[in-house]
Each structure stands twice: as structure tokens, then as C-alpha cells.
Design a protein around this ligand. Sequence first.
Ligand SMILES: [Fe+2]
Ligand SMILES: [Fe+2]
Length: 242
Amino acid sequence: MNTTIDEISDGIYRIGTFVPDAGMSFNQILVTGEEPLLFHTGMRALFPLVSAAVERVLPVEQLRWISFGHVEADESGSMNEWLAAAPSAQVAFGGLGCMVSVNDLADRAPRPLEDGEVLDIGGKRLRYVATPHVPHGWEAGVFYEETTNTLLGGDLFTQMGDGPAISDDSPMEATIAAEDAFGYSSLAPTTVATVTGLAELKPTTLALMHGPAHHGNGGAWLRDLADSYAERTAAVAQGATA
Ligand SMILES: [Fe+2]
Ligand SMILES: [Fe+2]
């Protein structure tokens, strides 16, 4: 497997590995600053590739924060490998997820984040936004990096295939295809409102786990995503009453 690294916003890097067996890329987002942060760790098997990619930007032991959107192998699987490799690093994660899982799973105590709290890493400001069950996981959340208008969206806009690292196109067509294939999103009563709320951040870069980094009108694309969830939810409701 080949791991690439591309700067997608000023000082923010997408580390991408296409995994043929899964038919999709698994990306991690490295946010540089006085206290560098890695957003989603990748699975344990990817750790040698991902840590070598980080080393192309900064020494792994300089990482201060390890974070992820929810608890899952590709999100948090190698969390403890990173904590071992970076002695000053600490997991930063939503308070609910710390209470439910990470207080127990992490080898060092995590730093719990409140919804809306800004993690100032020196040069970058990461606003934590809790997104329960969006796209899945009670403990789910994303980061909005305020200085570059970058949304670290995790599994939002999941796409299949081995695409480019960076795209100026809408992610929606590929996102709908992946949702049709996997059904990975929870169609909770709050899903549409949560995604509509993210659209109000008006990000200009979408940094995704499975797919390119998309530059453009992120607010419009998030409204499109909310609309597609509304259609799916209505279709399910229709089926339930038919
Ligand atoms: Fe996930
Ligand atoms: Fe994922």
C-alpha cells in the first residue's frame, strides 16, 4: 500500500492510504501548530505507514493531541500506539465518549471536550462540535478549524475508490453511491438538523476520512447532504406506513 501526504489547507495535511480490500481510502488529518494534533488514528495495521508520513512533516514525538470523531478501528484503533510513540500526547475527545469508552480504552487519561469548546493548539483553533449519531455513533463529533475554515468531518461524505487527494468538485454523487452501498449513516430524528447546523459553519475545505479533501462551498455541500438525509428518512417513513 502506498501512503501519500498532501497539504490541504495552510498547515493541515491529509495522509491517505488506499486499502484495496476495502475499496476505499483511509485518511488521517495532521494539524500543525505549537501543539500538533492528529485527527483519527487509522487502524493498528496502518500505524507504520501513517507514522512514517507524519515524520515527513514533524517528529512523531512532538504530537500533543490525538483525536478522532468516534470510537471505531479506523478512527481510534491505533490510539495507544500513538500515545506510546508521543510521550507528551493526550487523547482529546468529546466528554460523553470519554465517559462511555475512552477513559477505559486509552492508556493515559484523555482530555474531555465540551460541545462548542475551542482547542487552541497555537496557530490553529479547533472547535469541537458534538454530532451524536451523525453519521454514526452516540459519541460522534467533528472539528471545525477556525483559521482555515476547514471541517474535519471524519466519515461525513464517505466515498469509495481511489480518488485524488484534493478535489474542487462536489462530493455528493460519490457520497450518495457510498451511502447506497453501505448504509453507514444513522437516520436519526436529529440527523438533518445536525448536518444543517454544520452547514452554517460555511467551511471552504472538507477534510474527510474516506475521499478527497474538497475545496469549495462546503456550506452548500452540507445542505445538499442534509437534503439527501431528509429524502432517505422520508423514504424510510413512507415504507413504514405503506
Ligand atoms: Fe465510522
Ligand atoms: Fe471511517
